[in-house]
Ligand binder design. Structure first.
Ligand SMILES: [Zn+2]
Length: 421
């Protein structure tokens, strides 16, 4: 290897390091997440604000807890986004808003017989015929069932799916019991040659952000009913994080970091670089009082649908700018927090992009602050407006402590399980 080549190689290595260091600061950056949780406290009404204000430092600090968990828990990443474009186009009317219904369409059971032949059942192997009957078919159907297809009762199948197949953890694959499957097919007088079976979900990998918010809204209500302060705080901080993510347009598309449009790095540009440069100087954070959420499902869906409607602008505006702006003035080496140098969008370039976005980042950050307040307030109302000055604090037990230490350890190792954004 000659010197020139070696130099180039080291240069690429260094660049890769800087880029990865920058892109690991993800999801509104830690800066914006903390700011959103902190400011949401001030949207709360007089009866609720004392409790949240007392713990405002906890809520601020733990606004980034869910991002840290992505280093420790494989099923964490998908809670931070939803690739809506996978499921069609706005307003995605055919995409079920209920997670069980959505996953039922994309979970299949793979059965292996004792000759190592396989068959895929349910999920996309089913069809609705003209009169609304459900037909089970697929490859190898003849071999396993000695016929081409089978009519099954829809309602009965939905019950069976929920009770025996559905997995409330967001896992991609899990074991199924051949006996349970045979019990199901008994009603159709079929013997299923089954040696081994697994269920495979192809839905959750594209993200569950709005579904998870609906679930958390319920859990926060329950924590308030139970007056468990530790849980209330943890779930409040978590909700603040995911609601923040839901307001980032690039958290709603499979082109989340510009890989499909040759705009790699745009994720951190929009959600980290712009807020860090302009939020404190320019943004108006007065967002008014929290209001009650009548229907959490449509409320959270509207947030992600609105974010998704902004994706085109986020990408096309930067694309056009990058083609007209001097190439050598787009990225700069900048010293960041830890003293490490990073190659990130230059201030002037960022300023121009920010100007062309016409207040989009501010508008989304303000909406996020208000929505976090709405979520906390709504849980409190639905829990019957408990007097939170009387909550008790469960002593942090050994398990909580261990979990916290493990989180810190894996976060410091710096390897995200699943994708980065
Ligand atoms: Zn996140």
């Amino acid at each position: 290897m000659n010197l020139f080549k070696k130099g180039t190689f080291l240069g690429i290595l260094a660049l890769a390091f800087f880029l990865s260091a920058f892109s690991s600061v993800t999801n509104w950056g830690f800066f914006a997440h903390r700011r959103i949780n902190r400011l949401a406290v001030f949207t709360l009404p007089i009866d609720l604000i004392p409790f949240y204000k007392k713990h405002i430092d906890y809520l601020t600090e733990n606004a980034v807890g869910p991002d840290k968990r992505r280093y420790a828990v494989a099923t964490e990443g998908i809670r931070h986004y939803i690739d809506l474009d996978i499921w069609g186009t706005l307003p995605f009317e055919t995409l079920p808003r209920n997670i069980v219904n959505a996953r039922r369409s994309y979970t299949e059971v793979i059965v292996l017989n004792n000759q190592n032949d396989t068959i895929r059942l349910f999920g996309q192997q089913m069809e609705l015929d003209a009169d609304g009957s459900l037909i089970l078919k697929g490859n190898n159907f003849q071999q396993f069932f000695k016929r081409d297809s089978l009519f099954i009762d829809q309602e009965d199948y939905e019950d069976f799916f929920y009770e025996k197949i559905y997995n409330p953890l967001y896992e991609k694959e899990w074991a199924m019991d051949c006996v349970e499957l045979q019990n199901y097919f008994d009603r159709y007088d079929f013997v299923l040659p089954c040696d081994k079976a697994i269920a495979v979900d192809t839905f959750v990998e594209h993200g569950v952000l709005p579904y998870n918010l609906v679930r958390l809204q319920r859990n926060l209500t329950k924590a308030m009913e139970a007056m468990d302060s530790g849980l209330i705080l943890r779930l409040s901080a978590d909700m603040g994080h995911y609601i923040g993510d839901a307001h980032v347009p690039l958290h709603t598309t499979s082109n989340y970091n510009g890989y499909q449009t040759d705009q790699i790095g745009i994720h951190a540009f929009w959600e980290t670089r712009l807020p860090e440069l302009f939020a404190d100087e320019q943004f108006d954070y007065f967002v008014g009082q929290a209001t009650y959420i009548e229907n959490p499902s449509s409320y959270y869906w509207n947030i992600v649908l609105n974010s998704h409607s902004l994706v085109t602008d986020v990408l096309s505006i930067e694309k056009e700018l990058s083609q007209t702006y001097p190439k050598d003035q787009q990225d700069c080496f900048v010293e960041r927090g830890t003293g490490a140098m990073q190659n990130i969008p230059c201030v002037a370039y960022a300023e121009k992009y920010h100007l062309l976005l016409d207040g989009q980042v501010e508008q989304q950050m303000r909406a996020a602050i208000k929505a976090v307040g709405d979520a906390w307030y709504t849980a409190w109302i639905n829990a019957g407006q408990p007097d939170l000055s009387r909550v008790y604090r469960k002593k942090a037990n050994l398990e909580d402590q261990k979990e916290k230490e493990e989180l810190e350890r894996t976060f410091n190792l710096g390897k995200i399980l699943g994708r980065k954004h």
